[in-house]
Ligand binder design. Sequence first.
Ligand SMILES: [Zn+2]
Length: 332
Amino acid sequence: MKHSNPRARRYTARAVGVMTSIAFVGVAAGASFELDEHPGLPKAAAPAPVAPVMITATAAAPAKPMAFAFLDSLVGLSGKLRARFVATGSATLGIPILAQLFGDSALDIPGVHPLMDATRSFSLITMLPFSAKHAGRIGSYRIGNWPHEKHPSSSLEYANPNGFIEVTAQNESTYVSEHFRLSDFLTHDQQDTWPKYLVLNERLVDKLELVIEDLNAHGVHVEHLAVMSGFRTPEYNRRGVGEGGRARDSRHQYGDAADVYVDNNGSGRMNDLNHDGRVDSRDAKVIRDAVDRVEAAHPELVGGVGVYRGNSMHGPFAHVDARGVRARWGRS
Ligand SMILES: [Zn+2]
């Protein structure tokens, strides 16, 4: 297990610290505003949130050349991240190494910058700054406004995103981790408008990879964890508030939430994970149990899980997020 390699763990901790300083919106302790992401559907009370464990950066003497040790440290707790996101013009610790790995202009030019040394698949994705959005759009792509954009929230987890990934028809298939691509997380609207813009938090992707790994380790075969809904622009989310089961403060707008189901056979619906001959919310609970175990092992990825049953529009699914405080809802 990854715990058996202290050096690797130090690299991970160090890199997460570094990347936090240049790219992440930090994990904020505090209550979440809204537990239920899909209030139109059945739910149960959630337990009180607990404060997350903060990751602290520690120094480690790399055994390999600095740049490669640093690269190894960017793959997340799962070891399966294949991309990291940074804000344009980030100017702090780690930049010379990033320039060495991804090219001098990587931090200045928004876009997907693959590793210079093509022996590994890994990309640095430089985001457009949040200020690139004007009157609720970038170019012709409609985004809308975040719930606390005009009146900033005191809670960091509801602060505006720190940037947008520009997704084009050419780069949408870029892997952000072993199992997920940029396109998996795009808002499902404006099909013919390019580029599109995406907010995505690496902690969510890391967590989903750990959930896949956990399920497979517990006898639930997962080849494909389908993302039914990942990022939702505030404009798209707003259209479903109240009736479509969307919360005004939905984590989907912050890029750290995904509605997922296991779909190994390409049916477009949840598979019978518990082998009881039915596909229902009990299968979504199998995913929730995996998230419980992942959070117990990695408290820094704590967040919400909601269990939902199917309806005429979709099969059962689990909402999973990495909001930084524990939240649970749905069928108990
Ligand atoms: Zn959701």
